[in-house]
Design a binder for this molecule. Structure first.
Ligand SMILES: [Zn+2]
Length: 236
């Protein structure tokens, strides 16, 4: 059993923590988040413009129908006008007056239909521009997702390699020591196992009391101790 195995195990745990942190905090995740928000905003806008376009198209059709109904009446009245069945001057004048009024209404409906058609064309142009912008975001999202998948796979391979090395380091240490280290790790983190530098436990925040230094100095070099001052595992 190598006492350095415990130290190595600690380093491997720290390495794993760094790798996990890197995996969670991949730069692309933040960019992807922003791109997804952008995509959703584009979609909301596209949906709104598309709904407006449907409304405008319906309005155009309604005005076209109205113009058609009036045009049919105009045709009927004109047929009567030229048929000779209306004889009286007053009646003829009234009919001509009615036809003129109907033609005016027909033109009004046709103008409204044309207006709606132009509006629909503008909306269609806007939708096309928005869809192009969204396609651009879609493309960026796909690239980011690919990059994240690649980066995750790379990190996962490293985590796997680290896990294998940790298992080897753990089996080279005593199970009791590994258990003790694992108990202490949540409190001391990457400095749970420390070295004795000849005068101090390197984990102690302040200088060790002389008595404790003396105790450690008298232990055999290569032994594994507990610092009575800070509670860390000390490699003498
Ligand atoms: Zn200490």
């Amino acid at each position: 059993m190598s006492r350095e195995s415990l130290y190595e195990l600690q380093q491997l745990d720290t390495e794993t923590e760094v790798l996990n942190h890197r995996r969670v905090n991949l730069e692309q995740r933040g960019i992807l988040e922003a791109a997804l928000t952008e995509q959703a905003e584009h979609q909301v806008e596209i949906d709104a413009v598309a709904a407006a376009r449907v409304e405008v198209a319906n309005r155009q059709r309604r005005h076209e129908d109205e113009a058609q109904i009036v045009a049919t009446k105009v045709q009927a009245d004109e047929a009567r006008l030229y048929s000779g069945e209306v004889q009286g001057v007053k009646d003829l004048e009234a009919l001509q007056h009615e036809i003129a009024g109907l033609k005016e209404r027909q033109e009004g409906f046709e103008d409204q239909a044309l207006e709606a058609m132009e509006e629909a064309e503008e909306l269609a142009t806007r939708i096309a521009a928005l869809e192009e912008a969204r396609a651009d975001v879609d493309g960026r999202i796909a690239v980011l997702r690919d990059e994240i998948t690649v980066a995750e796979a790379e990190i996962d391979a490293e985590i796997e390699r680290t896990a294998a090395a940790r298992a080897a380091a753990a089996s080279a240490s005593s199970p009791e020591l590994v258990a003790e280290y694992e108990n202490l790790r949540p409190g001391f983190g990457s400095a749970t196992v420390v070295h004795f530098d000849g005068n101090n436990c390197t984990g102690c925040p302040s200088t060790m009391p002389a008595m404790e230094v003396d105790r450690m100095k008298h232990e055999a070099s290569g032994s594994i101790l507990n610092c009575h001052e800070c509670g860390r595992i000390v490699l003498r």
